[in-house]
Every structure is written in C-alpha cells, then in structure tokens.
Design a binder for this molecule. Structure first.
Ligand code: S3P
Length: 427
C-alpha cells in the first residue's frame, strides 16, 4: 500500500496549465465518438486510470483509436459485441453512462469494475432503463455490478428523476437517442450539463428548458467531435484550497472549464473570504478560462444549495472549513455516501483524527474551524479523500495511506505538489 508523508509549507505561488484534463468531459468524448460518422479529434484527453479504462472499452466495442501522444482520434463504425468483459475500474461515470449507451446496441455486454465500484448502487440507471425496455441485470436484481446488458429496442419516455445526477441524466439521454420517439427527462436540480453541450455540438436534437431536457431520436449518426478538453475544476480545487489555507499564497489555474455547474466550490470558498477571480478566455462546448485564488482569512459557511455542483469538491472544501474561523455546515448532501467512499464518514473520521470538532448528520456534517493537527489518515481507496488530506498536510504535516487511487483522476498531482513543496514525495 502506497503512503505519503507531507510536511508543512509557507506561502507559495503557483501558476499552471498542467492541472489534469477534465474527467467528465474526457469520458464523454470517448463514448460519444462512437455515435459519430467519421473521426472525432480529442486533444488533451485525461490519461488517468478511469478515463483510460473508458478508452479501452471503446476499443473493445469496435472503435479504432489512434493516439499520437497529444491528440486521440476515434473512428467508429457502430458498436459491436466485445469478446471481453468491459472493466470500468473505479469509475461510476464510466459504468452508468455505458449502461445508457449499450442499452440499445446489438449484442450482449458485461460491465464490471473494482471492489469499490462493485459496491456502488446501479439501480438508479438500471431501473429507469429497464422500464423503457432495456434488458439489464446484475447482482441484487440489477443494483450491483457486474452488470449484463442485452441490447434491446427502447420505448420513448417521460422520466422524472428524484436525484440530481448527471450520470443518471446522461445515461437516459444516451438511451433516448435510440428510443422510438421524443423523450423528456426532468431533474430536481440542474446537474452538470456536459452531455447536453457535447451532443448538441455534434448535431443531436436536444433541447434544454430549465430542468427539463427533451431529446429526439438520432436520424443516422452524429457529426464527429473536435474538442480540446479543458482542465478539471475538481482537480484544480485541491490547489485552490491549498492557496486559501496557507497565508500569503497565490494560485492561478489556466484553461479550466468555468461551467457554472462545476465551479460552485470556488464560489463557496469566495463566500468564505478567499480572494478569487475568473477570466473567461474562450467558449467551445464549454466556457473556458483562468481562475486565480489568493489567500485571505476564511470564515465558516452554510452549504445546502446546488449540492450536485460541488459534490466532488466537498472533501477538499472541508479542509477549508477546518481552517476557517467559526462553524461550517453541509446539508442535503446524502449523495456523498455513495461516492468512491462514503465521503461523509471518511471526511468526518479523518478530520476528527486531525483534532477537528465535527458533528455527523445523515445528509452532511458540521465542522468547527480550529487548528489542524498532524495525523495518520487513510484515503479509504478514494482519490479525492487522499488528495484533500495531502493538501491539509501542507498546513500541518500529514501521513496519508493508500494513495495509489490518485491515479484514477490526477496522475501528475505529485508533480504539481512538488513544485510547491520543493520536496520529492513518494508516490
Ligand atoms: C459525474 C457526475 C457526478 C460526479 C462524478 C462525475 C459525471 O456524479 O460526482 O464524479 O461525469 O457525470 P452524479 O451524477 O452521480 O452526481
């Protein structure tokens, strides 16, 4: 098991265009290329375990993938049956979106993942897909992977989801593209909208009106993608928190998506007192630009709205809560319990180990800011827990166990960290 020991640092400056490319957009670019006529061109694809698994699956499904080290070109002549089991590794996005993509494909497919993914709930996609005719099954009547899919014809639907989940929404939109009529999907709160932006850019007939997305079935194939993947705001956020908790620090993240469904955690950090500015530079599928974060004293905050817009950043945000003056409360965030780890229990347990006073609720937690203390904590196999507590270590020193999971989303995390610390950390 890989462990990392990190020592405290003083004020630092970092300006970087090397934050890991966006994971959500990378997964989608590889999958959606399978719906296009001709070759899709993808620049700056995330070369991390989760997204490389997706690329591998796309190959197993018959696509030709050419990679010159910078640009990945994907050419597909339709989805074909794979003789191999399709391994999504640690990725819930991979597994759930492939359910939607494969629900209508000709053939039989088996999706699996690592021990963590095989424990995560899949009923949220298998149930609505089955209700429109998909033939999906798995352990616990289709709730747990491995999942088997026998492609079938899908009925048009009007579906109202109880969870604000981009994974569920995307799976249903992908299914809708080959359903037998116009489909509508309603969500309780807007979740990240990369699928809608990218598919519309490829020519899909997809209309968004507030919380309702209407999708017309595809008439033939879509136009290919030509995309440069922006930096991932969820990965960038670890360094934003580092700047926000180390007095005198200043971080600029270049070329990151400024999509409002993705930068809410930066807005919360700003509401806590951090000095943050956003510079829009281009708009191609997504608004893209730079974010600068400068240290300023932090105070507590209540986080209870737009939870799906910052669900992935809550572990790192909790390190800012622990360093702030006063109390911070997270509510309505029960979804945290079904991420790569139960992030309510892993954040609460690890913060307590660092001497912070935390109260746990079923749907969140309350952190009383204080003095973070050096501790030995585990990642519980969750990349975002690992990186959050390494960032806490920049303030107070830390030993973090089980850090190999960082490779699922941010393989060059330690290179960037070393540019702050000047020390080579074991990884
Ligand atoms: C993702 C959606 C979110 C997020 C995950 C990536 C996506 O999950 O937590 O890391 O790419 O669609 P949910 O849609 O389940 O909330």
């Amino acid at each position: 098991m890989k462990t990392c020991t990190i020592e405290p640092v003083t004020a630092f400056m970092l300006s970087t265009d090397a934050i890991a490319p966006d994971k959500s957009i990378s997964h989608r670019s590889a999958m959606f290329a399978m719906l296009a006529q001709g070759s899709s061109r993808i620049e700056n694809y995330l070369r991390a375990e989760d997204t490389m698994n997706t690329l591998e699956i796309v190959k197993h499904l018959g696509a030709t993938v050419e990679d010159d080290g910078n640009i990945i070109t994907i050419t597909s002549e339709g989805i074909s049956e794979s003789e191999s089991i399709l391994d999504c590794g640690n990725s819930g996005t991979g597994m759930r979106l492939f359910c939607g993509l494969l629900a209508s494909a000709t053939g039989h497919f088996v999706l699996t993942g690592d021990t963590y993914l095989r424990r995560r709930p899949m009923k949220r996609v298998t149930e609505p897909l089955r209700n429109i005719g998909a033939k999906l099954d798995g352990r616990e009547y289709g709730n747990l992977a491995p999942l088997s899919i026998r492609g079938a014809s899908l009925k048009a639907f009007e579906y109202e989801s109880m969870i604000a989940s981009a994974q569920v929404k995307s799976a249903m939109i992908l299914a809708a593209l080959s359903a037998d009529g116009t489909c509508t999907y309603r969500e309780p709160e807007l979740s990240r909208d990369h699928t809608e932006r990218m598919l519309r850019g490829m020519g899909a007939q997809l209309h968004v009106d507030g919380l309702v997305t209407t999708v017309e079935p595809m008439q033939g194939l879509l136009s290919p993608l030509d995309i440069r993947i922006p930096a991932d705001p969820s990965s960038a956020f670890f360094f934003a928190v580092a700047a926000a908790i180390i007095p005198g620090s200043d971080v600029t993240i270049e070329g990151v998506t400024l999509n409002k469904t993705r930068i809410e955690a930066f807005k919360v950090l700003e509401a806590m007192g951090a000095d943050i500015s956003y510079t829009l530079k281009e708009d191609r599928y997504e608004p893209i630009g730079d974010i600068q974060v400068r240290y300023a004293p932090l105070h507590g905050v209540v986080v209870e709205k737009n939870i799906s817009w910052l669900i992935d950043e809550l572990p790192a945000l909790s390190i800012a809560f622990a360093s702030a003056e006063g109390t911070s409360i997270v509510k309505n965030a029960e979804e945290l319990r079904v991420k790569e780890s139960d992030r309510i229990s892993t954040v609460v347990g690890n913060l307590r180990a660092c001497g912070i006073d935390v109260e746990e609720f079923s749907d969140g937690y309350c952190v009383t800011g204080g003095v973070l203390q050096r501790a030995c904590v585990s990642s519980y196999g969750d990349h975002r827990i690992a990186m959050s507590f390494i960032i806490a270590g920049l303030k107070c020193g830390m030993e973090v166990e089980d850090i190999a999971c960082i490779n699922t989303s941010f393989p060059n995390f330690f290179e960037l960290l070393n540019s702050i610390t000047g020390v080579m950390y074991a990884h």
